[in-house]
Design a protein around this ligand. Sequence first.
Ligand code: BGC
Length: 260
Amino acid sequence: MSAGTDTQLGIDVGGTSIKGAVVDLGTGELAGAIRSEPTPETATPADVVSAIGRIASAVDWSGPVGVALPGVIDGSSLRHAPNLSGVFEEDGALVCLRAPDGANAVLINDADAAGLAELTYGDAGIDRDGLTIVLTFGTGIGSALLHNGDLIANSELGGLEGTNGRFEEIASGRAISTEELSPVEWAQRAQPFFDELEAMLNPSRWVVGGGLSENFDRFASRLELSKPISVAHLGIHAGVVGAAVAVRRAGRGAAGNAAQ
Ligand code: BGC
C-alpha cells in the first residue's frame, strides 16, 4: 500500500508501545490490523525510526507516515518527553524521523493527534461548543485543546502540579496499573486536576482517551463535573488515527509530498 489512495499509515509512539495501522481517512476507521511493539526502555530517535520502518514494511506501506510523539515538538527536538530517551531533547534529534530516507514522518504531539482525530471524526458539536479539553490517560497524561473547531497545540496540561505531585505522575493510566488504584482512589487523585482545569479554562466538555478509554465508565463515573464528559470516539486508536490525519493536514500523503 502507498500514498495515493485515501488511506494513510499512522503511528503512535507511546512510553509503553509503538503501534501503527493504515487508516481510512474517509471514515477514520482502521483499514488494517494494528501492529505493535514494545517501546525500548530508553527509546532513541534511531530506535523509533527502526520501529517505524518495521511497522511500515509489515503493512507494506511506502510514502510519508504520520507519527504521534509523547512530547512537545519544538523545531528539530522534543521537549517534555520523560518517557523517551533524553537524546530526543538534543538539537537535530527529530531530523532522522522527518528525513525522506529516514522515517519520512509528519510529526504531531500524541494527545494533539487524539484531539485532531476527535475534531475530524468525533461528535459534530465539538465544532461549535467553545472549548473541549481532551485528556489522554496512558503512560503520562496528554492534553489537547479544541476551540470552536481548531486545535490549540502543545497544551501539556498533565504537567500541572497538585498537592501530591504532578498529575501525570499520580493519576495517569500507568499510576492506575502500577499502584493498582481503584476507580475511587483514582478519582480522589484526578478530581483536583479536573477542578483546576475547570477553574482556569472553563471548558464546555471533556473527552477522555488513552488506555483509560477502555475502562471509561468505571473511572469517569466517579468524577464530579459540571460539564459533560465522554470517551474518545476512536478510543485507544485515536493517536494512530490522528497521526494519519496530520499527514493530510500537512498537505502530504495522497496529495504528494508538497509540504512539511
Ligand atoms: C508529555 C506529553 C504527552 C503525554 C502523553 C507527557 O509526558 O509531556 O507531551 O502528550 O505525556 O503521552
